[in-house]
Design a protein around this ligand. Structure first.
Ligand code: SF4
Length: 484
């Protein structure tokens, strides 16, 4: 039996669909996927408030037959608005759970609730599958829509459901799929009858796949998919019958940074552009303020005057060096209370940061945006906040521009890849190893879902993580200075 999620998975890769049905143990756990699932549930419950009281089958989502019976008993008895209505067509081997079914006279609108801030291309496939299932059961569906978050919505004292959501009609796009949906469904049902996994070559479709470790186990970690965009890489992969960079012919070599990456990879040599590094170092002015933030961006705005997914800064790490050879001082902040922390964050930052000298960050567009949002929110300290932005220098720049590049970076200028290549430091020994993990856990804390012991451990780990980010910048700047 093919479900909607099977269908979407199979459209991307038939092998992954087969694994999910018959060899799930190969799957790698994905915390972010679980988190997105939770967000989806929260958005789904709010969407019900948007439409009001409706019918929902009492059966659980996995009790497919009884949920289907309840749904269609309700429909056949002339009932309207349905949440999580089940469609099941045993002859066709398909079933689907529709988020919302709205009745108008004898017509139905099928609405899928999404936590995104707009319509994505896979939403069309999602609704095409549901349309196919419910239409095959005789339901007169004349409109297909996506209810998603409104990215321009700003929360007031309370959430205004009528403004939080936007409904986009995608009936035309779904109908344009025509017979393609039934064709794909038939193909995918066939895959589920195979005794052995289908032979599918790896490619750009593997990007976010949970079976990646398994399928890519015999391929080089750094390969043509790290060099070229998906389409181009697939073209070369097909032509050379290999993903190996060593198999590229010189006429296939790219230009610019990627060419530097290939040359460094093939020669094993570090690439240094002393002149450019010098130019970068000369832009820096003491006192050096090494700064890093952590933020979280709840889908449904939690704080007044914030939008869906707006990055809310709750933590910073700041290392200050007044002059060359001076001892470096450390300042840090993390909000530990469930309250609006933005003003406190901004004030603590302004209290500790020097009002002269360079503010050194890694990937300045993120930090600049956060500071600009705070400046808009608090006009009384706007000038001081924007003074931070005016002095910002991006340490990512010399690494992204390949002024310094080691083959060990595998084409990445991310601080987590650059740091262990040029220093003896790494993020690997930390309990929290990336910013997304900090954000997810902070949101869990802010929703009051951590015990006090869990909170203590999390705050300690988050402080260590953010501190390493600014330490890393100090070390990487030293590395650059030593190269000239
Ligand atoms: S890693 Fe690639 S080939 Fe393997 S199952 Fe996933 S998408 Fe398919």
């Amino acid at each position: 039996m093919l479900s909607k999620s099977n269908y979407l998975e199979g459209l991307n890769c038939k092998k992954s669909l087969w694994f999910s049905k018959f060899n799930k143990k190969l799957r790698q756990n994905n915390e972010q996927k679980l988190y997105r699932f939770e967000i989806g549930n929260k958005v789904g419950s709010l969407a019900r408030e948007y439409f009001g009281k409706g019918f929902q089958p009492k059966s659980k989502y996995y009790e497919i037959e009884t949920a289907f019976k309840e749904t269609f008993d309700h429909i056949n008895n002339g009932g309207g608005l349905i949440y999580e209505g089940m469609g099941l067509n045993k002859d066709e081997n398909v079933f689907a759970l529709a988020d919302i079914l709205v009745k108008q006279n004898d017509r139905w609108e099928l609405i899928e609730v999404k936590s995104s801030t707009g319509v994505k291309s896979y939403h069309i496939d999602d609704l095409s599958f549901q349309y196919y299932v419910f239409k095959s059961l005789g339901l007169n569906i004349t409109k297909l829509s996506v209810l998603h978050l409104n990215k321009n919505y700003t929360k007031g004292d309370k959430i205004d459901i009528s403004k939080l959501f936007l409904k986009s009609d995608i009936s035309d796009e779904v109908l344009k799929k025509g017979n393609l949906t039934s064709l794909h469904i038939r193909e995918l049902i066939q895959i589920l009858s195979l005794k052995k996994e289908p032979e599918i070559e790896v490619g750009s479709h593997c990007k976010d796949c949970q079976y990646r470790e398994h399928c890519w186990r015999d391929y080089p970690k750094y390969n043509i998919y790290n060099i070229f965009n998906g389409k181009k890489a697939e073209e070369i992969h097909k032509r050379n019958k290999s993903v190996d960079i060593k198999k590229l012919s010189p006429r296939e070599y790219p230009k610019g940074n990627k060419l530097t990456d290939i040359n460094a990879f093939l020669s094993g040599n570090i690439f240094i552009d002393k002149k450019e590094i010098k130019k970068f170092i000369n832009t820096l002015v003491y006192p050096y303020n090494f700064l890093d933030f952590e933020t979280f961006g709840p889908a449904i705005p939690i704080l007044k005057n914030s939008k869906p997914y707006e990055n809310l800064p709750f933590q910073f790490s700041l290392h200050i060096q007044e002059n060359e050879n001076d001892v470096i001082k450390h300042f840090e902040y993390i909000n530990k209370k469930i309250k609006d922390f933005r003003l406190e964050f901004a004030e603590k930052l302004l209290k500790n940061i020097k009002n002269t000298g360079s503010v050194i960050v890694y990937n300045q567009s993120f930090e600049k945006n956060v500071i600009s949002s705070l400046a808009k929110l608090f006009p009384e300290i706007k000038k001081d906040l924007l003074n931070i932005n005016n002095r910002m220098v991006d340490l990512l720049k010399p690494f992204r521009s390949r002024n310094l590049y080691s083959p060990g970076q595998n084409g990445s200028a991310s601080i987590k890849n650059v740091l262990p290549v040029f220093t003896n430091k790494t993020y690997e020994n930390l309990d929290i190893k990336d910013g997304m993990e900090v954000s997810i856990n902070y949101e869990i804390f802010f929703n009051n879902e951590l015990t006090s012991k869990e909170k203590d451990i999390f705050f300690q780990d988050a402080l260590k993580y953010c501190k390493l980010d600014t330490y890393a910048m100090i070390d990487l700047l030293k590395v650059l200075k030593n190269k000239i």
